[in-house]
Design a protein around this ligand. Structure first.
Ligand code: PNW
Length: 463
């Protein structure tokens, strides 16, 4: 992991994976093609008031039919890896038995196209598009969903296992559980803290069972999962603020890292939530399943959290964090993106150092990092996005700092390759290195995309 700093450049190891990421529902469109059945995001986005401007993913970037053009764009940027997700409702429309060959065929062609362009395929099995019929049977609050997920993983592994460079079982199970079943801000839009904790466990169980399925199929790539981890910081060194940070860290980070990497839920999280649930949904043997060895840990990072203990009686009824009433979130001083998220690369450095300190020296990847900004289209049709360049440069510098400090960080993926359907924000937020005109579906590489190409070409960023 040789990193160097010379002549004003921060150089990365020659083996570093320079990537970009997307997710199926956010980019594909063609929601009724080739036997795909509805997912919870089709249902959720059809409900009035759920998504900004009533947007849906039915017609997004049109990647399903334009994937060759998109791989060509990746090639022109020089990506060495591309992280995409596989839509479960395209593979097993019944959610149970019977494989949909036509759906599988799309990913088969995509993977071959990537390999032909010299780009490593990184496949996420679950980026939030649960088949609606599984939700109708209880979704992630139903233990059976974890078993169905493993069946689906086995099918995909059989077909693509010889060519995918790395697997992510889940993308950000925190969002699936705490936004999907907790606040209801994401599909399926259910609310309730016990449901969120139940979903958390079944997502983790699904991860463990999927790891076993991938191993059983003999996949050649690395097996991992992607967590939206973060640095949680107390506003002051007051013990009450430190305790607020401990509680949020427990429910954001350790509730996932500990079962996967240590085979146990954190004792303080179990204690903090005992007034809500006795965690009876955890059965003997589950934690052994969940802690099956993984080859790497993947983290998606956007911003740190800054928290304090709130005055007695201050209740936040919209909080995703069960029993973390009395915790107040503060903006980090400094700039924010169009999401309102703080720009603070030190949070990424601290997160990477913390994972090594608390969970050991293991291969790590940053599988998402990036920023939404309001793009300006210039007179010549070009798109200047200096804020995005500054965001990416700053966070890659933080990655470089972590590698220099000995963290075994092997790759970085910009969120996102191209503008896309940003969940509850619809098309109102743009994260892409590539601009998408949603009327013509024309793609234009932004200044940030050109900047990334130059960085990849010399294997270094400006210091
Ligand atoms: C991630 N939060 O989502 C997802 O993996 C992507 O699909 C998404 O487009 C990207 O980050 C940008 O949002 C998140 O509320 C959504 O903390 C919400 C949160 C975090 C991540």
């Amino acid at each position: 992991t040789a990193v160097r700093t010379t002549e004003g450049l921060l150089a990365f190891p020659s083996t570093f994976w320079w990537g970009a990421a997307t997710a199926a529902y956010q980019i594909e469109g063609s929601v009724e093609a080739d036997g795909r059945t509805p997912s919870i995001w089709d249902t959720f986005s059809a409900q009035p008031g759920r998504i900004d401007n009533g947007d849906t993913g039915a017609h997004t970037t049109g990647h399903y039919t334009r994937y060759r053009e998109d791989v060509g764009l990746m090639s022109s940027i020089g990506l060495s890896a591309y992280r995409f997700s596989i839509a479960w409702p395209r593979i097993r429309p019944t959610g149970g038995h019977g494989v949909n060959e036509a759906g599988l065929g799309f990913y088969d062609r995509l993977v071959d196209e990537l390999l032909g362009a010299g780009i490593r395929p990184v496949a996420t099995l679950y980026h939030w598009d649960l088949p609606q019929e599984l939700e109708d049977a209880g979704g992630w609050t139903n233990r059976d969903t974890a078993l169905r997920f493993a069946d689906y993983a086995a099918v995909v592994a059989q077909r693509l296992g010889d060519r995918v460079a790395m697997w992510n079982t889940l993308n950000e199970p925190w969002c699936s559980a705490f936004l999907g079943y907790g606040t209801g801000g994401h599909a399926p839009g259910r609310r309730g803290h016990v449901g969120a904790l139940t979903a958390t466990h079944h997502l983790l169980l699904g991860h463990g069972l999927a790891v076993a399925a991938l191993r059983a199929a003999g996949v050649t790539g690395q097996v991992s999962t992607a967590l939206n981890a973060g640095a949680v910081r107390p506003l002051t060194d007051d013990p009450a603020d430190a305790d607020a940070a401990r509680r949020i860290d427990g429910l954001l980070n350790r509730i996932f890292f500990d079962p996967i990497l240590r085979g146990a839920y954190p004792a303080d999280v179990l204690r903090d939530t005992e007034q809500l649930t006795d965690w009876h949904f955890v059965r003997p043997g589950d934690l052994a399943t969940i802690s099956a060895p993984v080859d790497a840990i993947c983290v998606n990072y956007y911003q740190p959290d800054l928290v304090s203990a709130a005055p007695d009686g201050e209740l936040d009824h919209g909080t995703p964090y069960p029993t973390a009433q009395g915790v107040r979130f503060h903006p980090t001083p400094g700039p924010v993106t169009h999401m309102g998220w703080s720009v603070d690369p030190t949070g990424l450095r601290d997160l990477l150092l913390r994972i090594r300190r608390d969970y050991g020296d293991r291969p790590l990847y940053v599988t998402e990092n990036g920023a939404a900004y309001e793009d300006r289209i210039g007179p010549d049709g070009g798109i200047d996005d200096p804020e995005r360049i500054a965001y990416l440069r700053g966070h890659l510098a933080a990655v470089h700092e972590a590698i220099s400090a000995g963290v075994d960080l092997r790759g970085y993926f910009v969120w996102s390759l191209l503008d896309n359907f940003e969940w509850a924000f619809g098309f109102s937020r743009r994260f892409g290195l590539i601009h998408v005109d949603y009327d013509t579906l024309a793609r234009t590489v932004k200044a940030s995309g050109h900047w990334y190409r130059a960085a990849i070409a010399r294997g270094a960023i400006e210091a």
